[in-house]
Design a protein. Structure first.
Length: 596
Protein backbone atom coordinates (compact mmCIF):
# COMPACT_ATOMS: atom_id res chain seq x y z
CA UNK A 1 0.00 0.00 0.00
CA UNK A 2 1.77 3.13 -1.24
CA UNK A 3 1.71 6.21 0.96
CA UNK A 4 0.39 9.17 -1.06
CA UNK A 5 1.86 12.66 -0.85
CA UNK A 6 -1.61 14.12 -0.32
CA UNK A 7 -1.40 12.82 3.26
CA UNK A 8 1.18 15.49 4.05
CA UNK A 9 -1.48 18.14 3.74
CA UNK A 10 -4.29 16.10 5.33
CA UNK A 11 -6.51 18.35 7.40
CA UNK A 12 -9.87 18.06 9.09
CA UNK A 13 -12.93 17.32 6.96
CA UNK A 14 -14.44 20.71 7.75
CA UNK A 15 -11.49 22.34 5.99
CA UNK A 16 -12.39 20.54 2.75
CA UNK A 17 -16.05 21.43 3.30
CA UNK A 18 -15.10 25.09 3.64
CA UNK A 19 -13.09 24.98 0.40
CA UNK A 20 -16.01 23.41 -1.45
CA UNK A 21 -18.39 25.98 0.01
CA UNK A 22 -16.23 28.75 -1.43
CA UNK A 23 -16.20 26.95 -4.81
CA UNK A 24 -20.00 26.60 -4.84
CA UNK A 25 -21.02 29.99 -3.50
CA UNK A 26 -18.42 32.29 -5.06
CA UNK A 27 -18.48 31.91 -8.87
CA UNK A 28 -15.51 34.25 -9.29
CA UNK A 29 -13.36 31.79 -7.28
CA UNK A 30 -14.06 28.84 -9.59
CA UNK A 31 -11.15 29.94 -11.76
CA UNK A 32 -8.77 30.47 -8.86
CA UNK A 33 -6.02 27.85 -9.35
CA UNK A 34 -4.89 27.94 -5.72
CA UNK A 35 -8.42 27.11 -4.50
CA UNK A 36 -8.84 24.38 -7.13
CA UNK A 37 -5.51 22.76 -6.25
CA UNK A 38 -6.25 22.96 -2.52
CA UNK A 39 -9.51 21.06 -3.09
CA UNK A 40 -7.73 18.56 -5.36
CA UNK A 41 -5.14 17.92 -2.64
CA UNK A 42 -7.79 17.30 0.05
CA UNK A 43 -10.40 15.13 -1.71
CA UNK A 44 -10.10 11.40 -1.13
CA UNK A 45 -11.36 10.12 -4.51
CA UNK A 46 -8.96 10.15 -7.52
CA UNK A 47 -11.68 11.17 -10.00
CA UNK A 48 -12.45 14.28 -7.97
CA UNK A 49 -8.77 15.19 -7.61
CA UNK A 50 -8.28 14.81 -11.37
CA UNK A 51 -11.35 16.96 -12.05
CA UNK A 52 -10.33 19.89 -9.82
CA UNK A 53 -6.66 19.86 -10.88
CA UNK A 54 -7.78 19.72 -14.52
CA UNK A 55 -9.88 22.85 -13.92
CA UNK A 56 -6.76 24.48 -12.52
CA UNK A 57 -4.72 23.51 -15.59
CA UNK A 58 -7.38 25.08 -17.83
CA UNK A 59 -6.78 28.38 -16.03
CA UNK A 60 -3.00 28.13 -15.84
CA UNK A 61 -0.69 28.75 -18.80
CA UNK A 62 3.05 29.03 -19.53
CA UNK A 63 3.11 32.52 -17.97
CA UNK A 64 1.52 31.35 -14.71
CA UNK A 65 3.28 30.51 -11.47
CA UNK A 66 5.67 27.62 -12.05
CA UNK A 67 4.98 26.32 -8.55
CA UNK A 68 1.24 26.05 -9.28
CA UNK A 69 1.82 24.40 -12.66
CA UNK A 70 4.22 21.89 -11.10
CA UNK A 71 1.74 21.11 -8.34
CA UNK A 72 -1.18 20.67 -10.79
CA UNK A 73 0.78 18.26 -13.01
CA UNK A 74 1.93 16.28 -9.95
CA UNK A 75 -1.63 15.92 -8.60
CA UNK A 76 -2.80 14.75 -12.02
CA UNK A 77 0.02 12.22 -12.27
CA UNK A 78 -0.47 10.84 -8.75
CA UNK A 79 -4.22 10.33 -9.20
CA UNK A 80 -4.04 8.81 -12.69
CA UNK A 81 -1.71 6.28 -11.03
CA UNK A 82 -4.34 5.50 -8.40
CA UNK A 83 -6.83 4.44 -11.08
CA UNK A 84 -4.27 2.39 -13.01
CA UNK A 85 -3.63 4.77 -15.96
CA UNK A 86 0.15 4.50 -15.75
CA UNK A 87 1.09 6.01 -19.13
CA UNK A 88 -1.06 9.05 -18.46
CA UNK A 89 0.37 9.29 -14.94
CA UNK A 90 3.94 9.35 -16.22
CA UNK A 91 3.07 11.91 -18.90
CA UNK A 92 1.94 14.40 -16.25
CA UNK A 93 4.70 13.53 -13.78
CA UNK A 94 7.47 14.13 -16.32
CA UNK A 95 5.93 17.55 -17.06
CA UNK A 96 5.93 18.19 -13.32
CA UNK A 97 9.55 17.19 -12.82
CA UNK A 98 10.69 19.36 -15.75
CA UNK A 99 9.28 22.40 -13.94
CA UNK A 100 10.75 21.24 -10.61
CA UNK A 101 14.19 21.06 -12.24
CA UNK A 102 13.85 24.63 -13.54
CA UNK A 103 12.99 25.73 -9.98
CA UNK A 104 15.93 23.73 -8.54
CA UNK A 105 13.90 22.91 -5.44
CA UNK A 106 15.22 19.73 -3.70
CA UNK A 107 11.88 19.10 -1.97
CA UNK A 108 9.85 19.30 -5.21
CA UNK A 109 12.44 17.24 -7.09
CA UNK A 110 12.54 14.62 -4.36
CA UNK A 111 8.76 14.29 -3.99
CA UNK A 112 8.16 14.14 -7.76
CA UNK A 113 10.91 11.57 -8.35
CA UNK A 114 9.36 9.44 -5.61
CA UNK A 115 5.93 9.75 -7.24
CA UNK A 116 7.41 8.57 -10.56
CA UNK A 117 8.95 5.67 -8.66
CA UNK A 118 5.48 4.89 -7.24
CA UNK A 119 4.01 4.70 -10.75
CA UNK A 120 6.75 2.44 -12.09
CA UNK A 121 6.48 0.26 -8.95
CA UNK A 122 2.71 -0.23 -9.29
CA UNK A 123 3.04 -1.01 -13.01
CA UNK A 124 5.62 -3.72 -12.20
CA UNK A 125 8.67 -1.94 -13.67
CA UNK A 126 10.91 -2.34 -10.63
CA UNK A 127 14.17 -1.41 -12.39
CA UNK A 128 12.90 2.09 -13.22
CA UNK A 129 11.11 2.43 -9.87
CA UNK A 130 14.37 1.77 -7.99
CA UNK A 131 16.18 4.41 -10.09
CA UNK A 132 13.62 7.12 -9.34
CA UNK A 133 13.24 6.15 -5.69
CA UNK A 134 17.02 6.44 -5.20
CA UNK A 135 17.09 9.78 -7.01
CA UNK A 136 14.19 11.05 -4.92
CA UNK A 137 15.83 9.95 -1.68
CA UNK A 138 19.05 11.78 -2.62
CA UNK A 139 17.13 15.05 -3.11
CA UNK A 140 15.01 14.63 0.03
CA UNK A 141 18.05 13.97 2.23
CA UNK A 142 19.28 17.43 1.15
CA UNK A 143 15.93 19.07 1.97
CA UNK A 144 14.79 20.04 5.44
CA UNK A 145 11.38 18.32 5.29
CA UNK A 146 12.00 14.91 6.86
CA UNK A 147 8.34 13.86 6.50
CA UNK A 148 8.69 13.68 2.72
CA UNK A 149 11.87 11.65 3.28
CA UNK A 150 9.97 9.26 5.52
CA UNK A 151 7.25 8.82 2.92
CA UNK A 152 9.86 8.15 0.23
CA UNK A 153 11.60 5.55 2.40
CA UNK A 154 8.24 3.91 3.07
CA UNK A 155 7.40 3.74 -0.66
CA UNK A 156 10.83 2.30 -1.50
CA UNK A 157 10.18 -0.38 1.10
CA UNK A 158 6.77 -1.03 -0.43
CA UNK A 159 8.29 -1.43 -3.89
CA UNK A 160 10.95 -3.82 -2.56
CA UNK A 161 8.18 -5.85 -0.90
CA UNK A 162 6.42 -6.23 -4.26
CA UNK A 163 9.75 -7.43 -5.76
CA UNK A 164 10.08 -10.03 -2.99
CA UNK A 165 13.20 -8.41 -1.45
CA UNK A 166 11.82 -8.65 2.08
CA UNK A 167 15.02 -7.97 4.05
CA UNK A 168 15.71 -4.70 2.19
CA UNK A 169 12.03 -3.76 2.43
CA UNK A 170 12.19 -4.24 6.21
CA UNK A 171 15.20 -1.90 6.55
CA UNK A 172 13.55 0.94 4.59
CA UNK A 173 10.19 0.52 6.33
CA UNK A 174 11.73 0.60 9.80
CA UNK A 175 13.73 3.74 8.96
CA UNK A 176 10.53 5.39 7.68
CA UNK A 177 8.71 4.44 10.87
CA UNK A 178 11.38 6.08 13.03
CA UNK A 179 10.90 9.34 11.10
CA UNK A 180 7.10 9.11 11.32
CA UNK A 181 7.27 8.75 15.12
CA UNK A 182 8.55 12.35 15.33
CA UNK A 183 5.24 13.57 13.89
CA UNK A 184 3.08 11.56 16.33
CA UNK A 185 0.31 10.83 13.82
CA UNK A 186 -1.68 7.61 14.04
CA UNK A 187 -2.10 7.35 10.28
CA UNK A 188 1.64 7.13 9.58
CA UNK A 189 2.06 4.57 12.37
CA UNK A 190 -0.79 2.47 10.92
CA UNK A 191 0.76 2.39 7.44
CA UNK A 192 4.16 1.45 8.91
CA UNK A 193 2.69 -1.32 11.07
CA UNK A 194 0.64 -2.66 8.16
CA UNK A 195 3.61 -2.99 5.85
CA UNK A 196 5.77 -4.45 8.64
CA UNK A 197 3.02 -7.01 9.18
CA UNK A 198 3.03 -7.96 5.49
CA UNK A 199 6.83 -8.23 5.51
CA UNK A 200 7.02 -10.46 8.60
CA UNK A 201 4.20 -12.66 7.27
CA UNK A 202 6.12 -13.00 4.01
CA UNK A 203 9.27 -13.96 5.93
CA UNK A 204 7.38 -16.79 7.65
CA UNK A 205 6.82 -15.04 11.01
CA UNK A 206 3.05 -15.12 10.65
CA UNK A 207 2.31 -14.45 14.33
CA UNK A 208 4.27 -11.18 14.39
CA UNK A 209 2.84 -10.31 10.97
CA UNK A 210 -0.70 -10.92 12.23
CA UNK A 211 -0.06 -8.79 15.34
CA UNK A 212 1.22 -5.81 13.31
CA UNK A 213 -1.62 -6.09 10.77
CA UNK A 214 -4.25 -6.17 13.52
CA UNK A 215 -2.77 -3.04 15.12
CA UNK A 216 -2.74 -1.26 11.74
CA UNK A 217 -6.35 -2.21 10.97
CA UNK A 218 -7.53 -1.05 14.41
CA UNK A 219 -5.93 2.40 13.93
CA UNK A 220 -7.18 2.78 10.34
CA UNK A 221 -10.75 1.94 11.39
CA UNK A 222 -10.58 4.80 13.91
CA UNK A 223 -9.30 7.34 11.35
CA UNK A 224 -11.54 5.89 8.58
CA UNK A 225 -8.78 5.32 6.00
CA UNK A 226 -10.62 2.56 4.16
CA UNK A 227 -8.29 2.30 1.18
CA UNK A 228 -5.52 0.97 3.39
CA UNK A 229 -7.95 -1.11 5.50
CA UNK A 230 -9.05 -3.12 2.47
CA UNK A 231 -5.43 -3.87 1.59
CA UNK A 232 -4.37 -4.93 5.09
CA UNK A 233 -7.55 -6.97 5.71
CA UNK A 234 -6.77 -8.76 2.47
CA UNK A 235 -3.25 -9.46 3.78
CA UNK A 236 -4.76 -10.88 6.97
CA UNK A 237 -6.96 -13.15 4.86
CA UNK A 238 -3.89 -14.35 2.98
CA UNK A 239 -2.11 -15.11 6.28
CA UNK A 240 -5.04 -17.30 7.37
CA UNK A 241 -5.21 -18.82 3.89
CA UNK A 242 -1.58 -19.93 4.19
CA UNK A 243 -2.47 -21.57 7.52
CA UNK A 244 -5.39 -23.33 5.76
CA UNK A 245 -7.74 -21.63 8.24
CA UNK A 246 -10.30 -20.98 5.51
CA UNK A 247 -13.22 -19.85 7.71
CA UNK A 248 -11.18 -17.08 9.36
CA UNK A 249 -9.62 -16.16 6.00
CA UNK A 250 -13.13 -15.75 4.53
CA UNK A 251 -14.14 -13.57 7.51
CA UNK A 252 -11.22 -11.16 6.88
CA UNK A 253 -11.79 -11.18 3.12
CA UNK A 254 -15.50 -10.40 3.57
CA UNK A 255 -14.57 -7.44 5.81
CA UNK A 256 -12.17 -6.24 3.11
CA UNK A 257 -14.94 -6.64 0.52
CA UNK A 258 -17.39 -4.61 2.62
CA UNK A 259 -14.92 -1.74 3.03
CA UNK A 260 -14.05 -1.79 -0.69
CA UNK A 261 -17.75 -1.79 -1.70
CA UNK A 262 -18.58 1.04 0.70
CA UNK A 263 -15.95 3.26 -0.86
CA UNK A 264 -16.08 1.93 -4.46
CA UNK A 265 -12.42 0.88 -4.59
CA UNK A 266 -12.59 -1.03 -7.87
CA UNK A 267 -9.03 -2.30 -7.92
CA UNK A 268 -9.43 -3.69 -4.37
CA UNK A 269 -12.80 -5.21 -5.32
CA UNK A 270 -11.16 -7.08 -8.17
CA UNK A 271 -8.48 -8.58 -5.87
CA UNK A 272 -10.79 -9.48 -2.98
CA UNK A 273 -13.39 -11.18 -5.23
CA UNK A 274 -10.62 -13.31 -6.74
CA UNK A 275 -9.34 -14.33 -3.29
CA UNK A 276 -12.88 -15.10 -2.05
CA UNK A 277 -13.47 -17.23 -5.11
CA UNK A 278 -10.39 -19.31 -4.25
CA UNK A 279 -11.30 -19.48 -0.53
CA UNK A 280 -14.87 -20.64 -1.12
CA UNK A 281 -13.62 -23.21 -3.62
CA UNK A 282 -11.16 -24.59 -1.04
CA UNK A 283 -13.90 -24.70 1.62
CA UNK A 284 -16.21 -26.62 -0.73
CA UNK A 285 -18.76 -23.85 -1.39
CA UNK A 286 -18.71 -23.98 -5.20
CA UNK A 287 -21.77 -21.69 -5.84
CA UNK A 288 -20.23 -18.91 -3.73
CA UNK A 289 -16.86 -19.43 -5.42
CA UNK A 290 -18.49 -19.13 -8.84
CA UNK A 291 -20.44 -15.99 -7.83
CA UNK A 292 -17.28 -14.23 -6.58
CA UNK A 293 -15.38 -15.25 -9.71
CA UNK A 294 -18.10 -13.64 -11.85
CA UNK A 295 -17.82 -10.46 -9.78
CA UNK A 296 -14.05 -10.56 -10.25
CA UNK A 297 -14.52 -10.74 -14.02
CA UNK A 298 -17.01 -7.83 -13.95
CA UNK A 299 -14.64 -5.53 -12.05
CA UNK A 300 -11.65 -6.67 -14.11
CA UNK A 301 -13.55 -5.75 -17.29
CA UNK A 302 -14.72 -2.40 -15.88
CA UNK A 303 -11.10 -1.44 -15.15
CA UNK A 304 -9.55 -2.76 -18.35
CA UNK A 305 -12.31 -1.62 -20.81
CA UNK A 306 -15.00 -3.66 -22.53
CA UNK A 307 -13.89 -6.52 -24.77
CA UNK A 308 -15.94 -5.42 -27.76
CA UNK A 309 -14.21 -2.04 -27.76
CA UNK A 310 -10.86 -3.79 -27.60
CA UNK A 311 -11.73 -5.88 -30.66
CA UNK A 312 -12.75 -2.79 -32.65
CA UNK A 313 -9.58 -0.99 -31.66
CA UNK A 314 -7.57 -4.05 -32.70
CA UNK A 315 -9.25 -3.98 -36.10
CA UNK A 316 -8.16 -0.39 -36.55
CA UNK A 317 -4.62 -1.29 -35.52
CA UNK A 318 -4.60 -4.15 -38.04
CA UNK A 319 -5.71 -1.75 -40.75
CA UNK A 320 -2.98 0.74 -39.93
CA UNK A 321 -0.36 -2.03 -40.11
CA UNK A 322 -1.75 -3.22 -43.44
CA UNK A 323 -1.74 0.34 -44.79
CA UNK A 324 1.91 0.79 -43.84
CA UNK A 325 2.77 -2.49 -45.55
CA UNK A 326 1.05 -1.34 -48.76
CA UNK A 327 3.07 1.87 -48.71
CA UNK A 328 6.29 -0.13 -48.29
CA UNK A 329 5.33 -2.42 -51.19
CA UNK A 330 4.61 0.55 -53.45
CA UNK A 331 7.94 2.15 -52.58
CA UNK A 332 9.76 -1.09 -53.38
CA UNK A 333 7.99 -1.31 -56.74
CA UNK A 334 8.90 2.27 -57.56
CA UNK A 335 12.59 1.65 -56.86
CA UNK A 336 12.57 -1.50 -58.97
CA UNK A 337 10.94 0.35 -61.89
CA UNK A 338 13.50 3.13 -61.68
CA UNK A 339 16.29 0.60 -62.04
CA UNK A 340 14.48 -0.88 -65.03
CA UNK A 341 14.33 2.57 -66.68
CA UNK A 342 18.12 3.01 -66.36
CA UNK A 343 18.76 -0.43 -67.88
CA UNK A 344 16.21 0.11 -70.65
CA UNK A 345 17.71 3.44 -71.72
CA UNK A 346 21.17 1.93 -71.84
CA UNK A 347 20.39 -1.10 -74.00
CA UNK A 348 17.70 -0.45 -76.61
CA UNK A 349 14.35 0.92 -77.67
CA UNK A 350 13.06 -2.63 -77.44
CA UNK A 351 13.48 -2.60 -73.68
CA UNK A 352 11.86 0.84 -73.57
CA UNK A 353 8.79 -0.72 -75.13
CA UNK A 354 8.86 -3.46 -72.52
CA UNK A 355 9.19 -0.81 -69.80
CA UNK A 356 6.19 1.06 -71.17
CA UNK A 357 4.19 -2.12 -70.90
CA UNK A 358 5.45 -2.60 -67.35
CA UNK A 359 4.53 0.97 -66.42
CA UNK A 360 1.05 0.43 -67.81
CA UNK A 361 0.58 -2.59 -65.55
CA UNK A 362 2.11 -0.69 -62.62
CA UNK A 363 -0.36 2.18 -63.00
CA UNK A 364 -3.23 -0.27 -62.99
CA UNK A 365 -1.79 -1.86 -59.83
CA UNK A 366 -1.45 1.53 -58.11
CA UNK A 367 -5.03 2.38 -59.05
CA UNK A 368 -6.26 -0.87 -57.52
CA UNK A 369 -4.11 -0.29 -54.44
CA UNK A 370 -5.55 3.21 -53.93
CA UNK A 371 -9.06 1.78 -54.02
CA UNK A 372 -8.07 -0.81 -51.42
CA UNK A 373 -6.62 1.91 -49.19
CA UNK A 374 -9.73 4.10 -49.55
CA UNK A 375 -12.01 1.15 -48.83
CA UNK A 376 -10.01 0.17 -45.72
CA UNK A 377 -9.94 3.80 -44.57
CA UNK A 378 -13.75 4.01 -44.82
CA UNK A 379 -14.02 0.74 -42.92
CA UNK A 380 -11.70 2.05 -40.23
CA UNK A 381 -13.72 5.28 -39.93
CA UNK A 382 -16.94 3.32 -39.50
CA UNK A 383 -15.36 1.20 -36.78
CA UNK A 384 -14.17 4.35 -35.00
CA UNK A 385 -17.71 5.82 -35.14
CA UNK A 386 -19.04 2.64 -33.54
CA UNK A 387 -16.72 3.27 -30.59
CA UNK A 388 -16.89 7.07 -30.22
CA UNK A 389 -19.36 9.91 -30.96
CA UNK A 390 -18.82 11.50 -34.37
CA UNK A 391 -17.49 14.83 -33.06
CA UNK A 392 -15.11 13.01 -30.71
CA UNK A 393 -13.94 10.64 -33.45
CA UNK A 394 -13.19 13.58 -35.76
CA UNK A 395 -11.21 15.34 -33.02
CA UNK A 396 -9.23 12.16 -32.36
CA UNK A 397 -8.40 11.72 -36.07
CA UNK A 398 -7.38 15.34 -36.58
CA UNK A 399 -5.43 15.98 -33.37
CA UNK A 400 -4.44 12.49 -32.20
CA UNK A 401 -6.11 13.08 -28.81
CA UNK A 402 -9.40 14.27 -27.31
CA UNK A 403 -9.64 17.08 -24.81
CA UNK A 404 -11.97 16.38 -21.88
CA UNK A 405 -15.01 18.69 -21.77
CA UNK A 406 -17.37 19.76 -19.01
CA UNK A 407 -21.12 19.71 -19.67
CA UNK A 408 -23.25 21.61 -17.15
CA UNK A 409 -26.64 20.04 -17.99
CA UNK A 410 -26.69 16.28 -18.61
CA UNK A 411 -29.10 13.50 -17.66
CA UNK A 412 -27.64 10.04 -16.95
CA UNK A 413 -29.51 6.70 -16.94
CA UNK A 414 -28.51 3.32 -15.51
CA UNK A 415 -30.47 0.04 -15.90
CA UNK A 416 -29.97 -3.26 -14.13
CA UNK A 417 -31.78 -6.58 -14.57
CA UNK A 418 -33.49 -7.98 -11.47
CA UNK A 419 -32.11 -11.34 -10.22
CA UNK A 420 -29.67 -11.49 -13.14
CA UNK A 421 -27.09 -13.41 -11.06
CA UNK A 422 -29.65 -16.09 -10.22
CA UNK A 423 -30.64 -16.56 -13.87
CA UNK A 424 -27.03 -16.53 -15.07
CA UNK A 425 -26.18 -19.49 -12.84
CA UNK A 426 -28.84 -21.61 -14.56
CA UNK A 427 -28.22 -20.59 -18.18
CA UNK A 428 -25.57 -21.69 -20.62
CA UNK A 429 -23.14 -18.95 -21.73
CA UNK A 430 -24.78 -18.89 -25.17
CA UNK A 431 -28.29 -18.44 -23.77
CA UNK A 432 -27.11 -15.77 -21.32
CA UNK A 433 -25.41 -13.70 -24.05
CA UNK A 434 -28.42 -14.11 -26.34
CA UNK A 435 -30.81 -12.89 -23.63
CA UNK A 436 -28.72 -9.84 -22.73
CA UNK A 437 -28.19 -8.98 -26.42
CA UNK A 438 -31.98 -9.16 -26.96
CA UNK A 439 -32.51 -6.31 -24.48
CA UNK A 440 -29.42 -4.22 -25.18
CA UNK A 441 -30.03 -4.23 -28.95
CA UNK A 442 -33.49 -2.77 -28.37
CA UNK A 443 -32.11 -0.28 -25.83
CA UNK A 444 -29.61 0.84 -28.49
CA UNK A 445 -32.50 1.51 -30.90
CA UNK A 446 -34.40 3.50 -28.28
CA UNK A 447 -31.30 5.54 -27.39
CA UNK A 448 -30.77 6.38 -31.07
CA UNK A 449 -34.45 7.31 -31.59
CA UNK A 450 -34.34 9.86 -28.75
CA UNK A 451 -30.97 11.37 -29.68
CA UNK A 452 -29.11 10.05 -26.65
CA UNK A 453 -25.52 8.79 -26.31
CA UNK A 454 -24.83 5.22 -25.25
CA UNK A 455 -21.85 5.26 -22.86
CA UNK A 456 -21.16 1.59 -22.05
CA UNK A 457 -22.43 -1.74 -20.74
CA UNK A 458 -20.82 -3.61 -17.85
CA UNK A 459 -22.23 -7.10 -17.28
CA UNK A 460 -26.02 -6.66 -17.18
CA UNK A 461 -25.84 -2.89 -16.54
CA UNK A 462 -26.61 -0.39 -19.35
CA UNK A 463 -25.57 3.29 -19.19
CA UNK A 464 -26.52 6.18 -21.46
CA UNK A 465 -26.65 9.99 -21.28
CA UNK A 466 -28.53 12.93 -22.79
CA UNK A 467 -26.73 16.22 -23.37
CA UNK A 468 -23.36 14.78 -24.50
CA UNK A 469 -21.42 15.17 -26.72
CA UNK A 470 -23.83 17.95 -27.85
CA UNK A 471 -25.71 20.00 -25.19
CA UNK A 472 -29.52 19.98 -25.51
CA UNK A 473 -32.08 21.90 -23.46
CA UNK A 474 -34.58 19.03 -23.17
CA UNK A 475 -32.04 16.41 -22.02
CA UNK A 476 -34.14 15.30 -19.03
CA UNK A 477 -37.37 14.99 -21.08
CA UNK A 478 -35.58 12.95 -23.76
CA UNK A 479 -34.16 10.60 -21.17
CA UNK A 480 -37.47 10.07 -19.40
CA UNK A 481 -39.18 9.32 -22.73
CA UNK A 482 -36.48 6.77 -23.54
CA UNK A 483 -36.75 5.22 -20.06
CA UNK A 484 -40.53 4.80 -20.47
CA UNK A 485 -39.96 3.11 -23.84
CA UNK A 486 -37.35 0.77 -22.30
CA UNK A 487 -39.71 -0.15 -19.44
CA UNK A 488 -42.59 -0.76 -21.87
CA UNK A 489 -40.40 -3.01 -24.04
CA UNK A 490 -39.20 -5.06 -21.04
CA UNK A 491 -42.79 -5.49 -19.84
CA UNK A 492 -44.05 -6.50 -23.29
CA UNK A 493 -41.15 -8.94 -23.80
CA UNK A 494 -41.98 -10.69 -20.54
CA UNK A 495 -45.68 -10.95 -21.39
CA UNK A 496 -44.98 -12.45 -24.85
CA UNK A 497 -42.13 -14.80 -23.87
CA UNK A 498 -42.20 -18.49 -24.76
CA UNK A 499 -41.15 -21.37 -22.51
CA UNK A 500 -37.72 -21.54 -24.17
CA UNK A 501 -36.96 -17.85 -23.67
CA UNK A 502 -35.51 -16.14 -20.59
CA UNK A 503 -36.87 -12.72 -19.77
CA UNK A 504 -36.01 -10.30 -16.95
CA UNK A 505 -37.47 -7.43 -14.97
CA UNK A 506 -35.52 -4.18 -14.98
CA UNK A 507 -34.69 -1.38 -12.54
CA UNK A 508 -33.97 2.10 -13.92
CA UNK A 509 -32.30 5.04 -12.17
CA UNK A 510 -31.89 8.60 -13.52
CA UNK A 511 -30.17 11.80 -12.32
CA UNK A 512 -29.33 15.17 -13.88
CA UNK A 513 -26.35 17.46 -13.33
CA UNK A 514 -22.88 18.44 -14.60
CA UNK A 515 -20.38 15.85 -15.90
CA UNK A 516 -16.94 15.72 -17.48
CA UNK A 517 -16.72 13.72 -20.72
CA UNK A 518 -13.69 12.47 -22.59
CA UNK A 519 -11.83 9.55 -24.12
CA UNK A 520 -9.76 7.18 -21.98
CA UNK A 521 -6.90 5.10 -23.31
CA UNK A 522 -4.37 5.70 -26.07
CA UNK A 523 -4.80 2.64 -28.24
CA UNK A 524 -8.10 1.09 -27.13
CA UNK A 525 -10.39 4.08 -26.86
CA UNK A 526 -13.54 4.40 -24.79
CA UNK A 527 -15.81 7.46 -24.51
CA UNK A 528 -16.87 7.92 -20.89
CA UNK A 529 -18.32 10.47 -18.44
CA UNK A 530 -17.38 11.23 -14.83
CA UNK A 531 -18.74 13.30 -11.98
CA UNK A 532 -21.04 13.29 -8.99
CA UNK A 533 -24.08 13.32 -11.28
CA UNK A 534 -23.01 9.91 -12.64
CA UNK A 535 -22.52 8.47 -9.14
CA UNK A 536 -25.97 9.69 -8.03
CA UNK A 537 -27.59 8.17 -11.15
CA UNK A 538 -26.05 4.81 -10.22
CA UNK A 539 -27.44 5.22 -6.69
CA UNK A 540 -30.91 5.97 -8.13
CA UNK A 541 -30.75 2.64 -9.97
CA UNK A 542 -29.64 0.67 -6.90
CA UNK A 543 -32.44 2.32 -4.84
CA UNK A 544 -35.07 1.63 -7.53
CA UNK A 545 -37.49 -1.30 -7.63
CA UNK A 546 -38.36 -3.90 -10.23
CA UNK A 547 -40.37 -2.36 -13.06
CA UNK A 548 -39.85 1.20 -11.83
CA UNK A 549 -38.07 4.36 -13.03
CA UNK A 550 -36.50 6.03 -9.99
CA UNK A 551 -35.36 9.66 -10.41
CA UNK A 552 -33.59 12.17 -8.20
CA UNK A 553 -34.91 15.55 -7.11
CA UNK A 554 -32.55 17.17 -9.67
CA UNK A 555 -34.32 15.39 -12.54
CA UNK A 556 -37.79 15.78 -11.01
CA UNK A 557 -37.50 19.59 -11.04
CA UNK A 558 -36.79 19.45 -14.80
CA UNK A 559 -39.66 17.13 -15.84
CA UNK A 560 -42.38 17.55 -13.19
CA UNK A 561 -44.63 19.53 -15.57
CA UNK A 562 -44.57 16.82 -18.24
CA UNK A 563 -44.51 13.51 -16.34
CA UNK A 564 -46.63 11.96 -13.60
CA UNK A 565 -44.39 11.26 -10.61
CA UNK A 566 -44.96 9.52 -7.28
CA UNK A 567 -42.95 10.98 -4.37
CA UNK A 568 -41.21 8.21 -2.41
CA UNK A 569 -39.90 10.40 0.40
CA UNK A 570 -36.29 10.76 1.55
CA UNK A 571 -34.22 7.58 1.27
CA UNK A 572 -30.74 6.90 2.64
CA UNK A 573 -28.11 6.78 -0.12
CA UNK A 574 -24.61 5.38 0.41
CA UNK A 575 -22.03 8.19 0.78
CA UNK A 576 -24.75 10.83 0.10
CA UNK A 577 -27.09 10.75 3.06
CA UNK A 578 -30.85 11.26 2.74
CA UNK A 579 -32.07 12.09 -0.79
CA UNK A 580 -35.55 12.73 -2.20
CA UNK A 581 -36.67 10.22 -4.86
CA UNK A 582 -39.61 9.83 -7.23
CA UNK A 583 -41.10 7.00 -9.29
CA UNK A 584 -42.07 8.10 -12.82
CA UNK A 585 -45.50 6.83 -13.92
CA UNK A 586 -45.65 8.17 -17.50
CA UNK A 587 -46.30 11.34 -19.48
CA UNK A 588 -49.14 13.57 -18.30
CA UNK A 589 -50.90 13.35 -21.67
CA UNK A 590 -50.56 9.54 -21.81
CA UNK A 591 -51.72 6.61 -19.73
CA UNK A 592 -49.61 6.20 -16.62
CA UNK A 593 -47.16 3.31 -16.43
CA UNK A 594 -47.49 0.82 -13.56
CA UNK A 595 -49.63 3.12 -11.39
CA UNK A 596 -49.11 2.41 -7.69
Amino acid sequence: MLLGSAMVQGQELNYLDSLRTVFRTQPEMRKNPELLLSIASEVKFPDSAIYYSHLALEVLDSNSSKQLLQRAYKIQGANWRLIGEYEKSLDYLFKSIAIAESLNDPLLLGATNVEIGNTYSESGNFIYSATYFDRGLDYLRKAEDTLFLGMALYNVGDGLFDKGELDSSLVYTQEAREIFKKYNRDLYEAYSLGNLGRIYAGKGDSRRGESYLNQAISILEEVKDYSAITDFLLSMAEVQFDRENYDLAIEYAERSLKAAETHELKRDLENVHLLLSTLYERSGNIPQAFDHFKQYVIYKDSIRNIKSIEEMANLRSDFEIAQKQIEVDLLSEREANQRNVVIAVSVALFLIALLAFGLYRRNKHIGRTKKVIEREKSRSDLLLLNILPQETAMELKEQGKVKAKRFEAVTVLFTDFQNFTHFSENLSPEELVKSVDFYFSKFDEIVEQHGLEKIKTVGDAYMCAAGVPFPVEDHAERMLSAACDMLAFVKEAKELKTEKETRFDVRIGINSGPVVAGVVGRKKWAYDIWGDAVNIAARMESCSQSGEINISENTYELIKDKFHCHYRGEIMVKNKGMMKMYFVKGRKHETQVNVA
